[in-house]
Write a protein that binds this ligand. Sequence first.
Ligand SMILES: [Fe+2]
Ligand SMILES: [Fe+2]
Length: 359
Amino acid sequence: MHNSPNEINSVEDAARKAESSTLFSPKFYRTDYEAMNRINIEPVRAEWDAMMAEYEGDNNHDHFQRDATFADEVHELMPKLTPELRQEFLDFLVSSLTSEFSGCVLYNEIRKHVENPDIKQLMTYMARDESRHAGFLNSALKDFGLGVDLGNLKRSKKYTYFKPKYIFYATYLSEKIGYARYIKIFRQLEQHPEKRFHPIFRWFQRWCNDEFRHGESFALIMRANPGLLKGGNLLWIRFFLLAVYATMYVRDHTRPELKQAMGLEPGEYDFEVFRITNEITKQVFPIMLDIHHPEFRAGLEQLFACTQKANAGREAGGIVGRVRQAYWATAGVLTFAKMYFLPVKSNALPEEVRMAPAW
Ligand SMILES: [Fe+2]
Ligand SMILES: [Fe+2]
């Protein structure tokens, strides 16, 4: 049987996918723990303490357990999936697992290496949450006989070094966009339960409230250190906004069946997620991308086309394939650069940082 390099049909395929480090696959991070020690959250102490009390209360402590009907639903629904949808769903499970586990590893490493009591306490709670999320996804993969050995993944995955400020921008955004993605799926399937092709989606609402709170934590850290939110750092914020939005767009369009099976059109879904994320990031970022600029959407479409063509070149192989891959990869970078210089919108930061997950 011919196996496409992207298909997941065995534990080895799942492990390889989780370990792979392409531009669009979830990464693992290391950072500067000494610099983390110097983070001061005093300017937001009251909001910080309220948030710590929420973590302490742990309202999701019993959430990540399967209920009585979970296994029945899996057995009833899975055979109905088309092979394409099944592959896209497995890809979704592996990439979600990898990014949840990435958070778990990073937060745990920071917890182990810092003395700063505020940061240590926060990281302990967030690592707890991400470990539950990763475990729940991995149990869904195990139903297919495709569980990922997380200890092995932690050892063999390539790590990217990020200064703390890059960790704050990137992780804040990925927590918040993660919230927006999950809540949109949950709301859609709440209205169209017949399109819920796997029970895991029933868990998304309380799940994404964890992600929302993780994002709140990084928002407070950045607001307590306002130097991170002005001057030259605005260029970094702009970069991370575009990188995170573009990555999501390309990934979602690479697996369109997944959204279509839920009755969602991938482009519309992504723009709704951008809109929600833009609303949320007003709590911390003084700028936001103008997602309604006509060249913004055109740029994303172009970026996706470049990625597809670069991938086709890589898969074709040989000198011609490699030249095609390099050509379209460069075209992708240039498109990204062009989008980076599109005008952005500015925004005055609110007095109170905390927000409710109201979507
Ligand atoms: Fe998570
Ligand atoms: Fe999270």
